[in-house]
Design a protein around this ligand. Structure first.
Ligand code: PHE
Ligand code: ZN
Length: 885
């Protein structure tokens, strides 16, 4: 057990910094067995601060070598060092602080601060990694102008990069060289970056709307040069889009991206030197799936968009993280929607929210979009801060309308350029620019939990009046037992026999913005409200939460016939998809009941026929059809069953029964869809091709579920595939549905073909982590000893270990608890080495209360075992202890 309990930090306790660092000069000397960092910090007292004249600088795992103020070395009694930092007892109003430290990047396995990935040096400073590089005011409201000198051996590290512009380069006598960078834009330390390595690049140019010529480079290892073009294209598209949609122009003459193999997250928006997990920037048709291409496009855009929403205007403190992340995720989601299929993107995002963010909101780590306290900030890079945060911005967009929202964003950037601000500043700019009062809306930032919106209706045929009664509530979350009503925009329409009906809300002028008048946004603000529609000539089916207009759970007692109607005829693509999902859920419920009662499951033909006709309708977007026919995952079904205690075996059996029934009932339609969805053009990651491939590969999967002999189709597709999307889809089908021998042969041949490409092999690992059958855990364990696995590489851990615990529900939740024990073992191994990854792996165990007590207790026992570890990292401690509370 830990001896001292780590302390939480509270939003309430925020204090402005007592000192500013106006200029920061850093000199790095990189060697194989150590690195020295000399920091010259030009400090100035904050005139508004009432604190005393001591100065505390953050610093961890540093070896102090020299310390001077204005050139005068400090005596030992003038300062004090702890494991958190350096306290200088007295400092002047204005002074130059010189600090020499020595660090060991080659031993840094946490991938935070300065570390080595393969043979290159790189940094990761967000959120609090800079303090592992030198003593500093490592907080985002201290913004400084950086000048960085890097010295290293020329042959091993020909490329030396930092933020801003290269202002000086020289070769030194001893085989070393030196490059100096200057970033004219003051920035917080978390946006600092340094890279040194034997890197190669592709280059392109972008002309900004204001006439600036920007040199764009993507730096990679030589072997990866052929995988950069899509990221470059995505970057140029992002730069254009941000000019067109937000009026935001790039502000330096160079923009660099570097790919590194060992990276805890997806990518990092360091000023003018974005550092990417190689899995999020490298791609080629031969090695990367459609989903991979889309991820690269989205993440390149996301990091680029941060240049304004994050860098030019940054966060005052880490409680405001969603200020930059929620806004930037909203921006990248809209970008992706504009580049591809808007509805499909919306469905994908809603799926993530519902199956993962709602779970977080209902679990022990639940927190508001703007958290009120944390022990370790790394644990708060969450779906709530990112994805729900983006939904909150989207709701502001909905409430204000596109034009007023743009005025709000212009005002926000103008007002706060160069500042470190709060979510409140963002909301106020939106209010000021639009005149819309967002007082009640602000609760989305402060209240955790997913609101439940319940809708009941009443149709008065004689009066031709249709009334919706809408109630809202929000369940208690840790520290928040009672919730106030939220302002919820509920987009809706009414579906009649011949299509969507015109809407006439009693006491309201017709909605001017929607030309066809069949869609409107109801504003929910009270615990209960009534909305009356007039001149409704027939009993309609309500089409609710169109476009997923708010991150809420919706409850309306649809009949299956009504869901079928929505699914086949509603105008809103999201509602159609959602109806298909709800129909599947209702059928799954019934099957579970049948199984519980010891009956043979029988699947409602209404559902099967609706699916078959959907599949046969070639006028529809194949991508949306595929999404509608994809059954909810077992882990999502477990989430939904949490209140009664999820029964993993029952969920699995029911889902299998439905999958088989759907496969067999529509076998000829699946076969037809498979055959007609062939892409003949050369591979391109464009919406039309992606749609065809997704329906074709889903069809292949269902065909294999229908009949063992269809594995032949998968084998043929595998042999003939010219792109990774089709190849991997075929391999997945063979490994999930083929015989042991078919599966082993295909997996082995894949490994032989791709063992030279680590990113491809990660997909191979992930695919195997989800393989069915009793032997699954043994397979995962043996893959951990495979030459292709490396515990130090987060992508590999995510692929194999998180892949298993998140996507292989039945085998992870083995009745003997061996799945849980395995996960806890890996967490224990990573606990001190890479605490951020260890902590993230914990996620499935935090859900222990959602399962039947037999499993729940076994899960809890592993959490308790971890809690008792002697050297528990703060990251793991926070999640484990909150999960056990
Ligand atoms: N700020 C990064 C992003 O969202 C994410 C990140 C956080 C990366 C922390 C590394 C460390 O774009
Ligand atoms: Zn981000």
């Amino acid at each position: 057990m830990r001896d001292a309990q780590p302390r939480a930090t509270f939003l309430q306790e925020y204090q402005p910094p007592a000192y500013f660092i106006e200029r920061t000069e850093l000199a790095f000397d990189l060697y194989e067995d150590y690195t020295t960092v000399l920091a010259n910090l030009h400090c100035l007292r904050n005139a508004d601060s009432t604190a005393d004249n001591s100065l505390f600088l953050h610093g961890e795992e540093l070896e102090l070598q020299s310390l001077a103020i204005d050139g005068r070395p400090l005596a030992e009694d003038e300062y004090q060092i702890s494991d958190k930092g350096l306290l200088i007892h007295r400092v002047p109003e204005q002074f130059e602080l010189s600090i020499g430290t020595r660090i060991l990047p080659q031993d840094n396995a946490s991938l935070e601060g300065l570390y080595k990935s393969n043979k290159m040096f790189c940094t990761q400073c967000e959120a609090e990694g800079f303090r592992k590089i030198t003593y500093y005011l490592d907080r985002p409201d201290v913004m400084s102008e950086f000048t960085v000198t890097i010295e290293a051996e020329q042959a091993r590290y020909p490329v030396l990069l930092s933020n801003g512009n290269a202002i000086h380069e020289e070769s030194l006598a001893n085989g070393r060289h030196r490059v100096r960078w200057h970033d004219p834009h003051p920035k917080p330390s978390y946006l600092f970056a340094l890279v040194a390595g034997d890197l190669h690049y592709i280059e392109d140019h972008f002309h900004t709307m204001g006439g600036r010529e920007v040199c764009l480079r993507i730096f990679v290892e030589a072997k990866d040069l052929g995988k950069c073009q899509h990221a470059m294209d995505s970057l140029k598209k992002s730069m254009r889009w941000d000019e067109e949609v937000y009026g935001r122009e790039y502000d330096l003459d160079i923009f660099n991206i570097v790919a590194v193999d060992d990276f805890n997250m997806g990518a990092m928006e360091n000023k003018s030197l974005n550092i990417f997990n190689s899995s999020c920037v490298l791609c080629s048709p031969e090695t990367t799936t459609d989903a991979g291409f889309q991820t690269v496009e989205a993440i390149v855009a996301h990091e680029y968009f941060h240049n304004w929403s994050g860098n030019r205007v940054t966060c005052r403190d880490w409680f405001q993280l969603s200020l930059k992340e929620g806004f930037t995720v909203f921006r990248d989601a809209e970008f992706s929607a504009d580049m591809g299929s808007r509805t499909v993107k919306r469905v994908a995002d809603a799926t993530v929210l519902r199956s993962h963010q709602f779970a977080e909101d209902a679990g022990p780590m639940a927190h508001p979009v703007r958290p009120e306290s944390f022990i370790e900030i790394s644990n708060f890079y969450t779906l709530t801060v990112y994805e729900k945060g983006a939904e909150v911005v989207r709701m502001i967009h909905t409430l204000l309308g596109a034009e007023a929202f743009r005025r709000g964003s212009d005002l926000y950037f103008e007002r706060h350029d160069g500042q470190a601000v709060t979510c409140e500043d963002f909301v106020r700019a939106m209010e000021d620019a639009s005149g819309v009062d967002l007082t009640q809306f602000r609760r989305w930032y402060s209240q955790a939990g997913t609101p439940l919106v319940t809708v009941r209706d009443d149709y008065d045929a004689e009066a031709e009046r249709y009334t919706l009664t809408v109630t809202q509530s929000c369940p208690p979350t840790p520290g928040q037992p009672h919730k106030e009503p939220m302002l919820i925009p509920l987009a809706m329409g009414l579906l009649g026999e011949a299509g969507n009906l015109p809407l006439k809300l009693a006491g309201q002028a017709p909605d001017a913005e929607t030309a066809d008048n069949t869609s409107t946004v109801l504003l929910l603000s009270e615990p209960e409200q009534h909305f009356v529609f007039e001149q409704v000539r027939e009993r309609p089916v309500p089409s609710l939460l169109r476009g997923f207009s708010a991150p809420v759970r919706l409850d309306y007692n649809y009949s299956r016939a009504e869901l079928c109607a929505l699914m086949s005829r509603d105008d809103d693509g999201f509602v159609r998809w959602d109806a298909a999902q709800q129909l599947a859920l209702s059928v799954l419920d019934e099957i579970q009941q049948q199984l519980t009662d010891g009956q043979e499951p029988s699947v409602d033909p209404l559902y099967l026929d609706a699916c078959a006709s959907l599949l046969a309708d070639t006028s529809l977007d194949p991508a949306l059809v595929a999404e509608m026919l994809r059954l909810p995952t077992e882990s999502y079904l477990a989430e939904l069953a949490a209140a009664e205690g999820a029964d993993v075996e029952l969920i699995h059996r029911a889902r299998e029964a439905l999958e088989t029934a759907l496969a067999q009932h529509a076998e000829s339609q699946w076969l037809d869809a498979y055959r007609r969805s062939v892409v003949n053009a050369p591979y391109a990651p464009v919406a039309e091709q992606i749609a065809a491939r997704s329906l074709r590969n889903l069809s292949l999967y269902y065909l294999a579920c229908a009949k063992a002999q269809h594995i032949g189709l998968a084998q043929a597709q595998y042999a003939a595939a010219t792109n990774m999307t089709d190849r991997l889809a075929a391999l997945r089908v063979i490994s999930q549905r083929g015989t042991q021998q078919q599966s082993d042969e295909a997996l082995d041949s894949f490994y032989r073909d791709w063992q030279h490409d680590s990113l491809v092999i990660n997909q191979w690992l992930q695919l195997q982590s989800a393989m069915p059958g009793e032997g699954a855990l043994a397979r995962v364990r043996s893959l951990m000893d495979h030459e292709a696995f490396d515990l130090r590489n987060p992508n590999k851990v995510r692929a194999l270990v998180a892949g298993f615990s998140n996507n292989n529900s039945l085998q992870f939740h083995r009745p003997d608890g061996a799945g849980y024990a395995f996960l806890a073992e890996v967490i224990e191994q990573l606990n001190t080495r890479n605490p951020q990854i260890a902590s993230r792996l914990l996620n499935p165990l935090t859900r222990w209360r959602n399962y039947r007590p037999d499993r729940g207790e076994l899960m809890k026992a592993q959490l308790e075992r971890l809690a008792a570890l002697p050297d528990l990292s703060v990251d793991v401690y926070e999640v484990v202890s909150k999960s056990l509370q």
